[in-house]
Design a binder for this molecule. Structure first.
Ligand code: GLU
Length: 426
């Protein structure tokens, strides 16, 4: 049983992960030795580095890369630029990457990193210099066959292009063409994959479609709400709309808006690109955060930051399904309430795995000097998401447990099997 604590206050995210992990490990009776290994991160790198600002000043930055596990393949995971980035947050995010890869069966381990900063405080030129200096400071911590970064909160294809260029400048010329896969989520012209930009949102929607099919639920005419309208939220909004679903409320850092008749996700995406947030979108009503959480809809998609569905907000939700586009949006206390209230959860480590799945496809295309059609990528992604979904469902039935715990069990079984086969050196 999960104890209730003050999850609405700042708290250790890695402790939340440990509680989720322990619950699954107890239930499945995970091998105690393997449990000890996976309960800890493997490598933790902290770099402090100087960058010259446009006015000539030098500013110091702190960057992180935490590598949780490479039992399943090279370390893999995004980099975020955000004021909340800390060693605790990055540890949690790195371990979630390990579970994700194991659930959808792609040969990657887990890592995560970032810089503690607010990109809004810097010019584009400064962000470029910060990115390049961070890449240089990371040195051999990353590498195309060792640890492969990707975009995350406040980072994008442009940042990946700068990372690629900086990394390639540090390797001998004859190695450059075989090092393209040092980062994924690159611009398509610079070795990126079609479909990578929308991949996380697309994966969430494929997962929702699978759930709808299994529950005889029509998405055509269904209603949904989204928290966060960045890459993941805006793609989920647009793709759900293409299936006939209606977006009725959105919240982001600039505020919350509602429109019972439906908010046009395409037009809202353009508005956010122009103004930086959902606030001021014409034809909608301004609501507060509580009203946003209380909005009646069929599906809620958190696609922003961690610890949003808590002991405070979980009782407010008026939906059938929570499909987690963000990493760690639900605290263990929030989970308990959702489960008591019989609100079904498609957990982050399953639902948002589409991003890293298409990162894997990008990585493969780079290694093979290929470029795949979008249709092929979408078909392959749907297959990966559906298989992951079915594995989690099977474990949930077998252990009669919630889907988050079931998702952990799928991941831990996979990693346990790898350790059992290979053993521990020496
Ligand atoms: N940042 C994304 C995530 O949290 C994608 C990671 C990747 O593609 O490596 O899953």
């Amino acid at each position: 049983m999960i104890e209730r604590t003050a999850d609405t206050q700042p708290h250790s995210l890695y402790e939340d992960v440990s509680r989720q992990f322990n619950r699954a490990a107890d239930l499945m009776e995970l091998n105690p030795n393997i449990r000890k290994i996976l309960a800890m991160t493997m490598n933790e790198v902290v770099v402090n580095f100087p960058v010259r600002m446009e006015d000539g000043r030098i500013e110091m930055f702190t960057g992180y890369r935490v590598q949780h596990s490479n039992a399943n393949g090279p370390f893999k995971g995004g980099l975020r630029f955000h004021p909340t980035v800390s060693i605790d947050e990055v540890r949690a995010l790195a371990s979630w990457m390990s579970w994700k890869g194991a659930i959808v069966h792609i040969p990657f381990g887990g890592a995560k990193g970032g810089i503690q900063m607010d990109p809004a405080d810097y010019s584009l030129k400064e962000i470029e210099r910060i990115t390049r200096r961070f890449t240089y400071a990371l040195g051999n911590t990353i590498g195309p066959e060792y640890d492969i970064p990707a975009p995350d909160v406040n980072t994008n294809a442009q940042i990946m292009a700068w990372m690629l260029d900086t990394y390639l400048s540090t390797v001998p010329p004859h190695d450059r063409n075989r090092s393209l896969h040092v980062v994924t989520g690159k611009p398509v012209e610079s070795g990126g994959s079609l479909g990578r930009n929308k991949a996380t949102g697309q994966g969430v929607v494929f997962c929702i479609e699978r759930w709808a099919e299994a529950n005889d639920f029509s998405l055509d005419g269904a209603t949904f709400t989204v928290q966060g309208f960045g890459n993941v939220g805006s793609w989920v909004g647009r793709l759900m709309q293409q299936l006939g679903a209606r977006l009725v409320a959105v919240e982001d850092v600039t505020g919350a808006i509602a429109g019972a008749g439906g908010i046009d996700a395409e037009a809202l995406t353009e508005h956010v690109a122009k103004t930086g947030g959902v606030a001021g979108f014409p034809g909608t009503e301004v609501i507060d955060s509580e009203a946003f959480f209380r909005t009646k809809a069929d599906i809620f998609i958190p696609a922003a930051l961690e610890s949003q569905i808590t002991s405070e907000t979980a009782p407010w939700l008026n939906v059938r399904l929570v499909a987690e586009g963000a990493n760690g949006p639900t605290t263990p206390e929030g989970d308990l309430i959702l489960s008591e209230r019989k609100i079904h959860v498609l957990p982050d480590i399953l639902a948002n795995a589409g991003g890293v799945v298409v990162s894997y496809f990008e990585w493969l295309q780079n290694k093979r000097s290929e470029s795949w059609e979008l249709e092929e990528i979408d078909n392959k992604l749907r297959k990966k998401m559906n298989r992951g979904y079915d594995r989690v469902k099977e474990m949930s039935d077998q252990y009669k447990t919630d889907w988050r715990t079931a998702a952990y069990i799928v991941a831990l079984r996979h990693l346990e099997a790898i350790y059992k086969d290979k053993g521990i050196y020496p």
